[in-house]
Design a protein. Structure first.
Lengths: 190, 617
């Protein structure tokens, strides 16, 4: 059973969040180990597994981006995560800018402490990339996803390729953003 | 189903609770003297083991063999705790793997110490219900990792309890609140206890308590508040009394008894300053008395950096839940340390609303554990808790990099599958290193265990296909299974926990606890009567000194004889005789006590002497 089937939903990217949550709660009430604590060990094990599947399905479908990633895997006939479907790749339009950022990052990493100018430059670049990343996500979820749901079968390969490209760009931006965050000394102390 | 009890195994205090069948409400089970809290203190004396209040009284008398705050050591290694050691009066054995404490002649592990506490609570419940209790739900900090959860479950087993579920403290608290008119919406539970801090953000809807994100710090709590005040206190004492200390060649930091006394004084002052603006610290030393007033704002200056440390995880949890502070409908405070006004102010500032604390912050976690126990027993079907795993789970891959299999804040139970193969022709065993944490390199994460997949058929490298399933159950504990895909047969797995007890260790400890159970009870009762005798003798001696002139010569003689008889009896192991002589001494002083009371009353508004006499009663 794939994640859409678990929730008895059609294989579409447009999912009503409230409806998904309602179904998730109903399935949780049916399968959660709490309600099978008095059952036989075999039944308990089944409930545990079913509950883990429901949770995984909800996590994947609950987020519009992971939902698209999952759909791509499903369409390509790969249900496991094996051999990651999406490899981060830099969007050609951004290559030059990326090169600059990587250079600044490398300098920062060898130089130890950042001086104020470098810090400001990196912070500004991060802001731009964050906006770029949000744009990419919006394009995926607000334009491509509805297009997929409305598409005729022959249009789908093109959309699938567009999804993969968009996801790869987003993954790339995320990695750079993480590096930038680290260089700026964030994400620590937790 | 059999009865399941709910236990809050706290850093400072532990409690046991159950849900009353008639009212459907959770209740804490008090001890025989009506006290709900059991101090989480265990004393290993030459005569046997003491727990709770009785052990707490040994803290100053036998600091080196009285263990407190053992929760901070659960599931940890020597390397983790060595920085804390200089503040501890008991010794930790430097060794690999699990922490071992040296208490007097013995070496014990944290789960064994916790087991003593759990066993006491189990017996308390058994006495209360007059039936054997075998199952329990035990709470842990939400931010506890797998090793710490396993250690807690091991402690239960050693105590003779089947731990049917480990529940996170903040979520347990939300269940207790849920039973009391909690409004639907998004709630943040801020839980600052004796040794740990948790923040959990939940959505409550249609009886489902869905945790959206959790974060925390398992080494931050009231103990740390006490410690900064203790360090300040030591400095101040040194500064004011360095001459007296120097000529007696006293090094406070190396004097276990003095440190414990100061720690307890610091704790008491901290507690008083939650209600008062200023308080007097009075600590008697042999040849001088330290007196100093401290104000709440002075204390707050010391605590501020620690309270600030709780705000980072709060922001992280909000960010992981994808929420801003304004989107939190209700903030709930849990844990004794949330009584500190500074903590309340900072929480209020962060979330922009007044936090709730209607339920007793010391009891609410135990009450929630009882509710979860009742759910598991089938007594409640309207409520369901969906919790998350607090830390990302991954395996070490080439180059020491972590490959994340289950990200943090994933709803549990949850599972992930991963394929493994061999790298050398004919390789029969595959090693896996499982870690937990958010860092990229395995060495920066928490090592949970090394797994050995055995029984791989000899084949060319890369040919075997072994599918390993990592499942985190509803208690947040990892289970690993493996299957050879071509043959479909289960692969054998040997687990080597990094900071845990092996299966054989736990079984041995379970055995030992049965063996020593009888002896322990005997020893405990003997110590209790001896303590009682000591208390009475101290009182009588002081009374004779202070108000001996109120008694006739013949009376004084009778008292002296009874005192001597008790002194002799105390040296024996004859419990009944000690008890009898204690009662006799009490009886012999009845008249004197009455005379002292009368004298005290006569001097009504009283001189200083009269109040001292009253106090000595």
């Amino acid at each position: 059973m794939n994640h859409f089937e678990i929730f008895e939903l059609p294989r579409r990217l447009g999912i009503d969040a409230a409806e998904l949550q309602r179904r998730f709660y109903a399935l949780s009430r049916r399968y959660h180990p709490d309600f099978h604590a008095g059952a036989s060990p075999a039944e308990q094990a089944r409930a545990l597994e079913a509950s883990a599947r429901v949770n995984a399905a909800y996590r994947t479908l609950g987020d519009p981006i992971t939902r698209i990633e999952y759909l791509v895997r499903l369409e390509e006939g790969r249900e496991t995560k094996e051999g990651a479907a999406i490899r981060p790749s830099a969007p050609p339009a951004l290559l030059e800018e990326m090169f600059e950022i990587q250079e600044a990052l490398a300098d920062a990493q060898t130089g130890g402490a950042l001086d104020d100018v470098a810090r400001k430059t990196l912070a500004a670049q991060r802001e731009r990339l964050q906006a770029r990343c949000l744009d990419e996500e919006a394009r995926l979820t607000e334009r491509l996803a509805p297009a997929w749901d409305a598409a005729r079968p022959e249009e789908r390969p093109r959309l699938l390729a567009a999804f993969k490209e968009g996801l790869a760009t987003r993954a790339y931006l995320k990695t750079v953003l993480e590096d930038l965050g680290q260089a700026l000394g964030e994400g620590e102390g937790i | 189903m059999a009865r399941i009890i709910g236990i809050d195994l706290g850093t400072t205090n532990s409690l046991v609770a159950y849900v009353d069948d008639k009212t459907g409400l959770p209740r804490v089970i008090p001890d025989s003297e009506g006290r709900p809290l059991l101090p989480s203190v265990v004393a290993f004396t030459p005569d046997g083991i003491l727990v709770g209040e009785a052990a707490k009284r040994q803290l100053v008398r036998r600091p080196e063999s009285t263990v407190y705050s053992v929760k901070r050591f659960m599931g940890r290694g020597y390397e983790d705790v060595k920085d804390e050691l200089r503040y501890l009066p008991f010794a930790v054995v430097p060794a690999d793997g699990i922490v071992r404490l040296r208490v007097g002649e013995r070496e014990v592990t944290p789960p064994e110490v916790s087991a003593v506490i759990l066993k006491t609570l189990k017996e308390r419940a058994e006495t209360y219900f007059a039936e054997p209790i075998e199952q329990a739900v035990i709470t842990v900090p939400a931010y506890f990792n797998d090793s710490q959860r396993q250690a807690t479950r091991d402690a239960g087993r050693i105590a003779g309890l089947d731990v049917v579920r480990i529940v996170n403290e903040p979520t347990a608290a939300s269940l207790a609140y849920g039973l009391h008119r909690l409004q639907e919406g998004v709630i943040a539970v801020y839980d600052l206890g004796g040794g740990t801090f948790d923040i959990s953000i939940l959505r409550v809807k249609d009886g489902i308590f869905e945790v959206l994100a959790t974060s925390g710090n398992t080494r931050l709590g009231g103990d740390d508040f006490d410690r900064v005040l203790l360090l300040w206190l030591m400095e101040d004492i040194q500064a004011r009394h360095h001459r007296q200390l120097a000529c007696r060649e006293v090094d406070l930091a190396r004097d276990g008894e003095a440190m414990q006394e100061l720690r307890l004084a610091a704790e008491a002052a901290k507690i008083r300053l939650s209600g008062e603006e200023r308080t007097m610290l009075t600590i008697p030393f042999e040849d001088f008395t330290y007196r100093r007033e401290i104000s709440r704002s002075e204390l707050e200056r010391l605590l501020e950096p620690l309270v600030q440390k709780t705000l980072g995880p709060c922001r992280a949890a909000l960010s992981d839940a994808g929420l801003s502070p304004g989107q939190i409908d209700t903030v709930v405070l849990v844990g004794g340390s949330t009584r500190v006004p500074l903590v309340r102010r900072r929480v209020q500032e962060l979330f922009g609303k007044t936090p709730h604390s209607q339920l007793n912050p010391d009891e609410v976690v135990a009450l929630g554990a009882a509710v979860q126990a009742h759910i598991l027993a089938g007594g409640i079907t309207s409520m369901l808790l969906l919790d998350v795993t607090p830390l990302s789970l991954g395996i070490e891959t080439l180059g020491g990099v972590v490959s994340v299999l289950i990200p943090r804040n994933t709803t549990i139970p949850t599972s992930a599958r991963e394929m493994f193969t061999t790298s050398v022709d004919g390789q029969a065993v595959i090693d896996m290193h499982v870690v937990q944490g958010e860092r990229e390199l395995a060495k920066d994460c928490r090592s949970l265990a090394r797994f050995e997949l055995g029984g791989v058929d000899p084949m060319p490298a890369g040919m075997p296909r072994i599918e390993v399933t990592f499942l985190i159950d509803a208690s947040g504990i990892l289970q690993v299974t493996a299957k050879e895909l071509r043959t479909g047969k289960a692969a054998s797995i040997e687990v080597k926990p990094t900071y845990g007890l092996g299966e054989a260790d736990v079984e041995r400890m379970v055995e030992e606890s049965y063996q020593y159970a009888e002896a322990d009870v005997e020893a405990r009762m003997l110590i209790e009567v001896r303590n009682e005798a000591d208390t009475v003798m101290t009182h009588v001696r002081r009374a004779l000194k202070q108000a001996g002139d109120l008694a006739s010569a013949e009376e004084r003689q009778r008292i002296a004889a009874a005192l001597q008889a008790l002194e002799q009896a105390r040296e024996t192991t004859d419990r009944d005789r000690i008890h009898e002589k204690t009662v006799e001494l009490n009886r012999a002083t009845e008249h004197l006590a009455q005379a002292m009371m009368d004298a005290a009353l006569r001097s009504a508004l009283g001189t200083r002497r009269a109040t001292e006499i009253m106090e000595s009663q």
